[in-house]
Write a protein that binds this ligand. Structure first.
Ligand code: ATP
Ligand code: MG
Length: 414
């Protein structure tokens, strides 16, 4: 788990502002959800034999003995909330949320135990139009952030639960013949979650899989025509994608369309955004039958990628006006002046040096800060009713009356 320090958060803010602007331009509404949910809703929705539920959840009993879990993902809580608050009655329900998720994983670059996700969920559309819109939306995000040349889209259809059930039997039958060649992880998954073997990062396993039966051959007509239509629409909108027949998701609730945006700049943790349809989850969680699709962006990975591509200055541009008072008696005037500046110019960043330092040191600090001007307040200035202003950029000094100072500030910072 990480501390997120101010320098780092500069890039976070850059990214987050764009994410929110773009989502709003597609009429998504923000929703804020609790970090804790009842453990059983994750177990049911994500699936008992998934990595997340088996070994990654932070769960504990509260004082009444109810098991609660720090959310490992956002979809389940969002579905719980939209059912609870009857938000599914309209035809257009699009939501987004941003916040920390928790998974007990092996920490490494791009993989943490507390990480942030921007999640988006859309309810009530069953045609591939919304799959297309979501992909176009995410593509627009990368363009706006300036990383679109460094990410690629992979898509697949994983069909329905019944399709996967049939396919799983065939896949297990095939893999058992090669069981001696499987690594420990895949051997375990063979008996728990065999589909996850398809996205193993082990090259030897991928070689074996070249001969394996294909999920696409077990997908029913309606699922495959949904997928075909989506591919055609992506083509006509000139969205480049790679069809990856081995793309599966780690959570059980997905069906039909799944997709991932990956980058080759990130090493092993290369997926910055993953999503797909989950047309049965609302019903399974007690709501009325409602189609749904969503995606989640891993903000740490998005920031890592953005940082590796774009130049961000190390400087924290956090001060515009630096106020120095000389002698404790003049502290009152410093505070007063700073408040008047903030009344007139609410966007300016005004800093008063309250440190117990001599004048020389205070001026040195002001020069080393990002401030454009220093305002000096000493006995002399107060007596005569003006302020000494140093413009650090133009290397000029002025004595100004208060109203002149306010006009000067407006001119400088426009
Ligand atoms: P991975 O295969 O990388 O473990 P996942 O399938 O578990 O990903 P999802 O549950 O689909 O991931 O989460 C969506 C996105 O959230 C991921 O693509 C990734 O960007 C981010 N993410 C997931 N787990 C972590 C983590 N432990 N640390 C940082 N980011 C994460
Ligand atoms: Mg994972």
């Amino acid at each position: 788990m990480h501390d997120y320090l101010p320098k780092e958060l500069k890039i976070w803010n850059y990214v987050e502002i764009i994410l929110k602007e773009v989502l709003t331009s597609y009429c998504y509404l923000e929703i804020r959800l609790p970090i804790l949910e009842k453990t059983k809703i994750f177990k049911r929705a994500i699936g008992n034999i998934t990595d997340v539920v088996e070994k990654e959840m932070y769960s504990f009993n509260d004082r009444k003995g109810n098991s609660l879990t720090l959310r490992p993902e956002g979809t389940v809580g969002c579905v719980r909330a939209v059912i609870q608050h009857h938000l599914l009655h309209q035809k257009n329900n699009k939501f987004w949320y941003l916040g920390p998720m928790f998974r007990y994983e092996r920490p490494q670059n791009g993989r943490y135990r507390q990480f942030y996700q921007l999640g988006a969920e859309v309810f009530g559309f069953d045609t591939e139009d919304i799959d297309l819109e979501i992909i176009i939306l995410t593509h627009r995000l990368w363009k706006r952030i300036g990383i679109d040349s460094y990410v690629t889209l992979e898509i697949n259809s994983i069909g329905s639960k019944i399709d996967r059930f049939e396919y799983k039997k065939k896949l297990v039958y095939f893999l058992k013949k090669h069981e001696h060649l499987l690594d420990e992880d895949c051997k375990r998954r063979l008996y728990t979650n065999p589909l996850r073997i398809l996205d193993s990062k082990n090259q030897d396993i991928q070689k074996i899989l070249k001969e394996a039966p294909l999920l696409s051959e077990y997908i029913d007509i309606s699922s495959s025509s949904h997928f075909k239509n989506l591919c055609n629409m992506l083509n006509s909108h000139k969205i480049k994608y790679k069809y990856n027949p081995n793309l599966v998701r780690g959570l059980d609730y997905y069906n039909n369309t799944v997709f991932e945006w990956k980058s080759n700049q990130l090493g092993t943790q290369d997926t910055i955004c993953a999503g797909g349809r989950y047309d049965h989850l609302v019903e399974e969680m007690g709501g009325k039958k409602t189609s749904a699709i969503g995606f989640a962006i891993g903000i740490e990975r998005l920031v890592l990628l953005t940082k590796s591509i774009k130049n961000f200055s190390e400087k924290l541009e956090e001060i515009n006006i630096y106020i120095i008072f000389i002698g404790n008696n003049n502290k009152y005037y410093a505070v007063n002046l700073s408040e008047e500046i903030r009344d007139l110019y609410p966007k300016l960043k005004v800093f008063i040096n309250f440190f117990n330092q001599n004048l020389k040191k205070k001026i040195k600090n002001a020069i080393n800060s990002s401030a454009r001007i220093i305002i000096l307040i000493g006995d002399n200035e107060i007596k005569k009713g003006f302020f000494l202003v140093k413009d650090l950029k133009k290397e000029k000094e002025y004595y100004l009356l208060k109203y002149e100072l306010m006009i000067k500030i407006q001119k400088i910072f426009k």
